[in-house]
Design a protein around this ligand. Structure first.
Ligand SMILES: C[S@@+](CC[C@H](N)C(=O)[O-])C[C@H]1O[C@@H](n2cnc3c(N)ncnc32)[C@H](O)[C@@H]1O
Length: 256
């Protein structure tokens, strides 16, 4: 991500490692209310709330088989592993062999996590799964439509695909748009509902959400971790993340 006229960087995992959890705001939208019961173990992830909402929406539970595509360092894979328990399974898939080592390290104590080196365009899992998940993946692939199609095919009939992708240019720092010159499709989030529908899935839910802040806090620190420059007192709206929850129709059933 680059601030327009600013500093070239790559968008990596959306984590703020520099801010102690005590400085993090409560999940907003519910001022004063305690965090929701689903503790994701991703307290420093500024995009954790849309993830929690999406997982609640599909009703993820113990025993589920799930796949985290473009798993990166595996933080989400580990959080998913805690939710599905030892009787479940998490396939953590990434095209980068180094990611497999990272995931293996992060999930060392969780035997239900299986790290696989594979490109999403050739996705072949050992079994159909209850949930295929991706976040910040489609902006990097050559063909988002092909990638969504492969993920849809990996989903068990009647079960779910959750995709979360940004609209980078809708983010702002001091009122100026964000850009990400190194990503192939930095605004792919704006196409996501149609991509999921066109892959033959039923749209269950879809929305966009962006962390926003001014001054000291996790949002500015996250941006600083990406750009190397802290926005200071400038107001920041991070790239809105479009979440789409899709469901693969049961065999012989047309998408609604
Ligand atoms: C920005 S990271 C996202 C990490 C993680 N999903 C998260 O939200 O924290 C993108 C990841 O996608 C992987 N990736 C990029 N192109 C891919 C492809 N064609 N197939 C599978 N993984 C890919 C990269 O290696 C990288 O680890």
């Amino acid at each position: 991500m680059t601030l327009t006229g600013g500093h070239a960087i790559g968008l990596e995992a959306p984590y703020d490692h520099q801010v102690p959890p005590s400085l993090l705001p409560p999940p907003s939208g519910h001022p004063g209310k305690p965090p929701p019961p689903r503790a994701l173990g991703l307290r420093n992830d500024v995009y954790r709330r849309p993830l929690e909402v999406a997982l609640d929406r599909v009703g993820i539970a113990r025993g589920w088989k799930v796949a985290d595509i473009g798993a990166g360092q595996g933080d989400v894979s580990v959080a998913l592993a805690e939710m599905v328990g030892r009787e479940g399974r998490v396939y953590a898939v990434d095209s980068d062999p180094a990611a497999r080592d990272e995931v293996a390290r992060a999930a060392a104590a969780r035997s239900q996590v299986v790290a696989i080196t594979q490109v999403v365009e050739d996705l072949r899992l050992p079994e159909l799964v209850d949930l295929v998940f991706c976040r910040f993946l489609l902006l990097h692939v050559t063909s988002p439509a092909l990638a969504v199609d492969r993920m849809a095919q990996a989903t068990r009939p009647g079960r779910f695909l959750v995709a979360q992708e940004p609209i980078t240019s809708a983010g702002r720092v001091g009122g100026r748009p964000l850009s990400m010159p190194h990503a192939r499709h930095p605004d792919v989030g704006s196409l996501l509902p149609a991509l999921v529908r066109d892959a033959g899935l039923e749209l269950v839910d879809s929305w966009a959400e962006a962390p926003a802040w001014a001054g000291r806090g996790p949002v500015g620190s996250y941006l600083a971790s990406l750009t190397g420059v802290h926005p200071g007192d400038e107001p920041v709206v991070l790239a809105p993340l479009v979440t789409v929850v899709g469901r693969r129709p049961e065999a012989g059933q047309a998408p609604q």
